[in-house]
Write a protein that binds this ligand. Sequence first.
Ligand SMILES: [Zn+2]
Length: 299
Amino acid sequence: MKGLSVGVDVGGTFSKIGLVAPDGELLRCVSIPTQPRAAPRDFASRVCAVLDGWRYDSLGLGLAGGVDAATGALLFAPNLKRWIGFPFKREFARRLKVRTVADNDANVAVWGGYAVDLKKKPRCVVGVTLGTGVGGGLIIDGKLHHGATGSAGELGHLTVRAGGAPCNCGKRGCLEAYAGTRGICRIARRVMRRPPSPLTPKALADAALAGVPGARKVWDEYGTWLGIGLANAVLLLNPDAILVLGGVARAGRLVLDPVRRVFAAQPFREPFARLALSAPAERDWGCVGAALLSREASS
Ligand SMILES: [Zn+2]
């Protein structure tokens, strides 16, 4: 098939390598350990070995951290510290001889949701990814917005409570400190008499749907913090739509209903009145988005 592209979603523990059709369908997907203590060149060699025999026109990388889009070098990457500064984009372009792009993992995931689920119709979209951490991506005028240093859209580190819970970034009161996995587990331990064990967002979603006492309250609090963070983004950017992605977004209405309540309570109505809020069915948005973004660069 013509026009296939490859997306590589590089996480701190595992990386997914996907072959993606122009409409965003994931045709093939291979997961490999990232091994972030090994040299970045070794990682590139292992990805290239997987790609041996695949036919594709372009390749996109989504890297967990701040990325210099020109070279594909990580600038800031708490989970891939030893790879900071390595020019991933140049390295893959040189080895594979195809057009290559590299971007932040949340940015590429949001691009995937924007291109496939929203069909690139709205011009301004705020995307948030809910997982271990909270990432974000901004689409402005139909394009990913990178900002002056490639750091735009770091929604996870918006302050939602001054002096609040400590965040992995070193600051207090970040959205991620409440809406990341550690955050929801902390809320559950405080609110529920018997939190599920092992304590995971999936177990908390199952508990809420099964009517376990306190579980719904956990999601209400979680969604309220998320709503406060997203409301700040809405007041800043006045987007057409908000996309909620990532593993925790599978909880669907448990996450979205309290966000809607926060939005409905905003006295400044206009930016919230016609705002579309959705959590598209989970798929490997990182792989899909990275691949589709590389098509964008090649067209
Ligand atoms: Zn933070």
